[in-house]
Design a protein around this ligand. Structure first.
Ligand code: GLA
Ligand code: ZN
Length: 663
């Protein structure tokens, strides 16, 4: 059974007479799988205990008769009105203490016991019904967990759960008082019962409390997903379970969530009116795929790959001819084993009437359909072989939800964006056609020649030791501004100068720093003077050498970037956020001095990526632009797809392979 290309399908939006036409057109396009039902609770249970799965069974059977398998979604991101009528307390409460009401989606409190009971009843019935259905292969839990839940939920049920979570973590209220530094502003508590959810205050918030709250919210979402995963596993032991992630979205710790899943899926919409630009820069799309691969260290599915113009009330651009296919192959190049396009047909009703699908409103196959058909025809034959293969990067970038949370709570500089800094470093390697893994700090780093750990703001003795060991044993480590500032409770560390014990491997101390808010500053590196952003660590050398120095302010001439040899390895410390040109040059230096190899060379907009298994290594060269481009590869491979090696037409994809011998 080959399952590599598919569409998100909503048969309940269309008259039944149309379904067969859809199935036929899908088959002709090359569709092998659909995802269905993740928003159709009312249609499946119009009143309590009255189940209507027949329509979905019919759709599954019809599709199956055309050789198309189904992934079913549990529809718990949109509880129907009768549930809300019966248990209005399910409606979530925002930070202002207001209820969010029925009429959109995600109007649910994820701790609410009444809601959990509704879910248990429904998901049990649905999974039992489809457990042995030959057309069904797997499940998606809910939809984009964390989406729309940013300032939710502050209700009494969540408050009680939060108090329990805190009590379990701290045991004694005195311990919590110390960990949260409640001596400040008279915030001490006598008991856990006094602690509320973070409703809007008169002014200010406690950063330690907020870090616990963010972590609690993530744990709650994971627990909410587990509530469903347990039911699915029990009733459908032969089906897979996945969930559609949102790239770098931070509401739920995707590493934790991934533990419940067989594999991770992702949703990506590079172009839409909300982007404020024609589309997201390609390196950001690439980084999204890489972090998705990193959440479970394995290949993934694209559960929603943008097919066409996106928007709700207003719209983004139409995609250029070839653009959608190039984006889909970018997903594959970074580790997608299946690509499911959102959506099959543009919807005629509801909020998403302008979020376009493979087919337009008319349902008549057009340019986008033909493009998808061509893409599948060309690349489907290889997909089975790609399955399970991974890139083997020599470079890793450390990614952490905890750092993201702490830096959202206190960004230090108003424009500091944790993931944004990761993207900047990523681009430095992406442009050099060097594959990158995203890893967690405590992962085994020994397989990487170069590890970049930006903004290690929260530091623990274990993580410090882990980095020290990595370098001692020959690793090359890049650390940046705001490292070692906070302990794990989000309290400032006071025992040493910044960057704490890591100062020993960096060979520096940072007695002072300067936030570059409304202030321009530069750094001199080589013979150039580069603008820098956001921050300037004022560094004293304690054995390191200066690689770049500040070009202005009272610390002009003092080190901005340093290099230190420690054990068998090397540490670079970047005391600022470099702007693009500076980052390019620094990344080149890091790569050269870590012996990291590039896949080839090509101008911006041309992506070179690789996947490999024990016997073969593939190279994907993708023109992400609407212009002709050239490239060259650093090794010789056999060309499998493409017209002329080295020359790319707009959005063209070239595929190469190399067999590995001697194994
Ligand atoms: C998300 C959701 C889909 C749909 C699309 C388009 O990614 O998962 O249900 O809403 O966005 O808005
Ligand atoms: Zn709640």
């Amino acid at each position: 059974m080959r399952i590599h290309f598919g569409v998100d399908y909503y048969p309940e939006h269309w008259p039944r007479e149309r379904w067969e036409t859809d199935a036929k057109l899908m088959k002709e396009m090359g569709v092998q799988v659909v995802r269905m039902a993740e928003f159709s609770w009312f249609k499946m249970e119009p009143s309590e205990g009255e189940f209507h799965f027949e329509w979905l069974e019919d759709a599954v059977a019809l599709l199956d008769s055309y050789g198309i398998k189904s992934v079913l979604g549990t529809p718990t991101a949109a509880p129907p009105a009768w549930i809300i009528e019966k248990n209005p307390e399910i409606l979530p409460i925002d930070m202002q203490g207001r209820r969010r009401h029925f009429g959109g989606r995600h109007h649910d409190c994820q701790s609410n016991p009444a809601y959990r009971a509704h879910i248990k009843r429904f998901v049990t019935a649905m999974t039992k019904r489809f457990a042995n259905n030959p057309g069904v292969i797997g499940w998606q839990i809910d939809n984009e967990l964390g989406n729309s839940h940013w300032d939710l939920c502050m209700c009494d049920s969540c408050k009680q759960r939060y108090q329990e979570w805190l009590e379990n973590k701290y045991k004694k209220i005195e311990t919590l008082n110390d960990a949260w530094g409640t001596a400040f502003w008279s915030q001490g508590f006598n008991s856990f019962a006094q602690i509320g959810t973070p409703l809007i205050t008169a002014v200010g918030e406690n950063p330690s409390a907020m870090l616990d709250w963010r972590t609690f919210c993530s744990d709650l979402i994971v627990d909410f997903a587990k509530w469903q995963a347990d039911i699915i596993r029990e009733n459908c032991p032969n089906h897979f379970i996945t969930h559609n992630y949102m790239c770098f979205d931070e509401k739920v710790n995707y590493y934790d969530l991934g533990e419940l899943l067989d594999f991770v899926s992702n949703d990506i919409y590079p172009a839409g009116n909300w982007q404020q630009q024609p589309h997201q820069p390609c390196h950001m799309m690439a980084a999204s795929h890489d972090v998705i691969r990193g959440y479970k260290k394995k290949p993934f599915w694209m559960m929603e790959q943008q097919a066409n113009t996106a928007g709700w009330g207003t719209m983004g651009h139409a995609l250029d001819p070839g653009q959608m296919a190039a984006w889909a192959m970018q997903s594959v190049a970074h580790g997608a084993d299946a690509v499911v396009f959102f959506r099959w047909r543009t919807c005629a009703m509801g909020t998403e009437q302008y979020w376009h699908g493979i087919l337009g409103h008319s349902g008549i196959p057009g340019r986008v359909y033909q493009e998808a058909q061509k893409l599948i025809k060309t690349f489907e034959p290889y997909m089975e072989e790609f399955q399970g293969s991974m890139p083997k990067p020599e470079v890793a970038i450390v990614h952490s939800f905890r750092q993201a949370y702490a830096l959202q709570i206190q960004p230090n500089h108003p424009d500091l964006w944790y993931v944004g800094q990761l993207h900047k470093y990523y681009k430095g390697f992406y442009d050099q056609k060097i594959p990158v893994d995203f890893v967690q700090g405590m992962d085994d780093l020994s397989q990487y020649k170069l590890v970049v750990a930006p903004l290690q703001y929260i530091m623990t003795p274990e993580l410090e030791q882990h980095y020290i060991d990595y370098v001692e044993n020959g690793g090359h480590l890049v650390l940046t501004m705001r490292t070692g500032v906070k302990d794990d409770n989000n309290l400032c560390m006071t025992d040493r100068c910044l960057p704490g014990r890591l100062g020993d491997i960096c060979g520096i101390e940072i007695p002072e720093y300067d936030c570059l808010f409304c202030k321009e500053c530069s750094a001199l590196y080589g013979s150039k003077d580069y603008p820098i952003e956001k921050w300037a660590d004022i560094i004293t050398l304690k054995g390191a050498t200066a690689l770049a120095e500040y070009g202005s302010s009272f610390y002009k001439g003092m080190p901005a970037v340093t290099e230190n040899t420690y054990g068998k390895g090397k540490v670079w410390y970047v005391g600022t956020e470099p702007t693009e040109d500076f980052m390019t040059d620094l990344a080149e230096y890091f790569v050269k001095n870590s012996d990291v190899e590039s896949l080839g060379s090509a101008p911006e907009g041309v992506e070179i990526m690789t996947r490999e298994n024990a016997s073969q290594k593939w190279i994907f060269v993708i023109n992400m632009t609407n212009e002709n481009k050239v490239y060259s590869l650093n090794d010789s491979y056999k060309m499998l797809e493409g017209e002329r090696e080295g020359d790319l037409k707009p959005y063209e994809v070239h595929l190469f392979v190399k067999k590995k011998y001697g194994r």
